[in-house]
Design a protein around this ligand. Structure first.
Ligand code: DON
Length: 619
């Protein structure tokens, strides 16, 4: 029900100071300030300099990454330090209860590798787990997202441990220290934190453990300016630092997670939580974060690397770029170029929904989806008018047909997917680069805090399709025991002549892919600086009858031209939670400038702006 909430965007310190949270320490605020890590900086969306760089949604989290870099850590250590700190400061989109995908450029070996740290469905999952046995119909997406049943095996800690042990300079224990300091010392609740709390309020209220951590005694959002400490999460990180990931995957923390998921303790009278989880200790013991090969396509002389399935980002961004390679976007009138971008996205999304799932369970035709020859069979469907969605998937198996006719498909089955997560980018003085998209899914995950451990559990399993598009039809993304749901998360690292040029990643559920695509074409084809490319108004086409457009795009002359000349239709990206539903996700990026300096880039405006920092600022 969270999207039906009316949320005030005016946040005041005037909220009752008497309404202190039960377990978290709160204190009336002076000016909001970063504490707990080294000297507080000012939140800036762009930073240029040397010695390493970090960009994330949050100043404290970026500062944690910079601390790791300053203490001998590399980009991998910085990414883990930033992600674990984000679990403290923005627990609604990050933390040990979730999962994600890390794309890494290793300077020493000139390799791009990826880590698949996606949650798995417990062994007892079945293809009909999100079908209501009483009606035979799939549950509503929001209803299912609020249930412990939607929690997958938390995979974040396994990802951090694998990344650091294989590629870091330091240890997991060292990389968790900045987050521990922030959790101990506290941080100031800001407007974004409050807004995220509002968006998940009924779910948080449904659990005493979430109420006592994140709400006032009366069950309201914490006021802006409060100093929020999380001693439970500090203790959790200390235990993980001391005992390693087995404390979760085969130890007391795991038992607490399984207990919370399967036997949730709820607030008397709550009406949100109805379907307990089905997780076991064996599910946790079986979890492994896996090193995978990246996807790769060539685009305008760049080598574009991203995340392979079960992420759909690498294949969908790659296919769309292959389609766009057939047009000279930089020479086209802007409306024509954007028409080609929208149609390439539309067609690629049809293929994503039809073919991408967990490759350990279904056969994913990845080489076909990434083949320029297959892209040619999709490009030739684009003429001078918008295609009618849902368009049918293509046939990504060779030999490719020369130009099959366009047909429409049965209603797409893809689940609606939530719209928020986070992307972290880091770089170090040795030339390593990390882009890490991670989440607990829909704002606040399932809403359930693991009692005594100070973090929220994910609700990532609603990224599975709840039912096939038609009875008995093939669907690569149905739930199964041990399976990973398809994801849109997957940042990109671009190389030219073997050297990293830029990286970009985004939040925003299914709009992650289009945000990355649009930033790439803004920068590479339209010649915008990377900060301008990231800030520009977004428009997202995901094989829907209309494209989701931010207000600045929706109201632009270009949008009107796209409608009158090309038949493109738009929906204004707006919603009751402002500005969270007002735009397709927030992004971060980083580039290596010609002189070797690093430029870290975060959002200037969306979600109140992110934080870019460098070790040695040069201006
Ligand atoms: O994996 C995915 O694609 C989504 N679960 C990404 C997370 C996201 O944007 C969550 N939305 N609330």
């Amino acid at each position: 029900m969270r999207r039906l909430l009316a949320v005030s965007v005016t946040f005041a310190l005037a909220a009752s100071l008497a309404a202190l949270p039960l377990a978290a320490s709160a204190a009336p605020g002076g000016p909001a300030a970063a504490v707990g890590v080294t000297a507080a900086s000012i939140k800036e969306p762009v930073a240029v300099g040397t010695g390493g760089a970090v960009a994330s949604m949050d100043l404290n989290a970026s500062q944690a990454g910079i601390d790791a870099l300053k203490h001998g850590g590399n980009a991998i250590d910085a990414a883990v330090a930033t992600a674990s700190a984000l679990g403290v400061t923005i627990p609604f989109v990050a933390g040990p209860g979730g999962g994600g995908f890390m794309v890494i450029y290793l300077a020493r070996t000139h390799q791009v590798i990826t880590i698949n740290g996606r949650e798995t469905c417990p062994g007892a999952c079945t293809s009909s787990m999100f079908v209501d046995p009483k009606t035979g119909q799939p549950y509503g997406y929001d209803y299912a997202s609020d249930q412990p049943l939607a929690t997958g095996v938390p995979s974040m800690v396994a990802t951090w441990a694998k990344a650091v042990s294989r590629y870091g300079n330091k240890s997991l224990a060292a990389d968790l220290q900045p987050a521990i300091r922030i959790a101990d010392s506290g941080f100031r609740v800001n407007a974004d934190f409050r807004q995220l709390t509002e968006s998940d309020l009924p779910e948080l209220q449904a659990y005493p453990a979430s109420r006592s951590l994140l709400l006032t005694r009366a069950g309201n959002p914490l006021p802006v300016g409060y100093l929020l400490r999380n001693p439970d999460l500090a203790r959790t990180y200390r235990l993980l630092a001391r005992y390693g990931p087995s404390y979760l995957y085969d130890g007391p923390l795991g038992r607490a997670i399984v207990g919370a998921d399967d036997h949730p303790v709820t607030t008397p009278g709550q009406t949100v939580v109805a379907l307990p989880g089905i997780m076991t200790m064996n599910d946790l013991r079986a979890y492994t974060a896996r090193v995978q090969s990246p996807t790769h396509v060539r685009y305008r002389g760049l080598d574009i690397y991203s995340m392979a399935p079960p992420s759909s980002s690498g294949s969908t961004v790659g296919e769309a770029l292959n389609i766009l390679s057939g047009y000279n976007l930089s020479a086209e009138p802007r409306a024509t170029a954007l028409f080609h971008y929208l149609e390439a996205s539309r067609l690629s999304y049809a293929d994503r929904d039809a073919y991408v799932g967990d490759p350990r369970y279904v056969s994913v035709p990845l080489s076909g989806l990434l083949s320029p020859a297959f892209a040619a069979t999709r490009r030739c469907l684009i003429h001078d008018q918008a295609l009618v969605s849902p368009v049918a998937a293509g046939d990504p198996y060779p030999p490719y047909q020369s130009c099959p006719g366009q047909s429409s498909s049965p209603a797409a089955s893809a689940s609606p997917e939530g719209s928020h997560t986070n992307n972290i980018v880091t770089a170090d003085k040795w030339g390593d680069i990390v882009a890490y998209t991670n989440t607990i899914n829909f704002f606040g995950g399932s809403g359930e805090t693991v009692p005594g451990y100070g973090f929220l559990l994910n609700n990532e399993m609603t990224d599975f399709d709840f039912a096939p598009p038609a009875a008995g039809a093939y669907d690569p993304n149905l739930p199964a025991g041990g399976k990973q749901p398809r994801s849109s998360m997957g940042p990109v690292i671009a190389l030219r002549n073997g050297k990293p040029v830029f990286t970009v990643g985004a939040a925003g559920g299914s709009t992650i892919i289009t945000t990355i695509l649009q930033i790439i074409i803004n920068h590479v084809d339209f010649g915008m600086s990377l900060p301008a490319a990231l800030a520009a108004p977004r428009v997202s086409q995901t094989n829907s009858p209309t494209s989701l457009a931010e207000p600045a795009f929706y109201n632009s002359a270009l949008a009107k031209q796209l409608t009158s000349e090309f038949g493109e239709q738009f929906t204004e990206a707006t919603g009751p939670i402002l500005p969270l539903d007002h735009y397709p996700g927030d992004a971060t990026a980083l580039q290596v400038l010609r002189d070797g300096r690093l430029e870290a880039i975060a959002e200037p405006v969306r979600l109140g702006g992110g934080s870019a920092l460098v070790v040695n600022p040069s201006r």
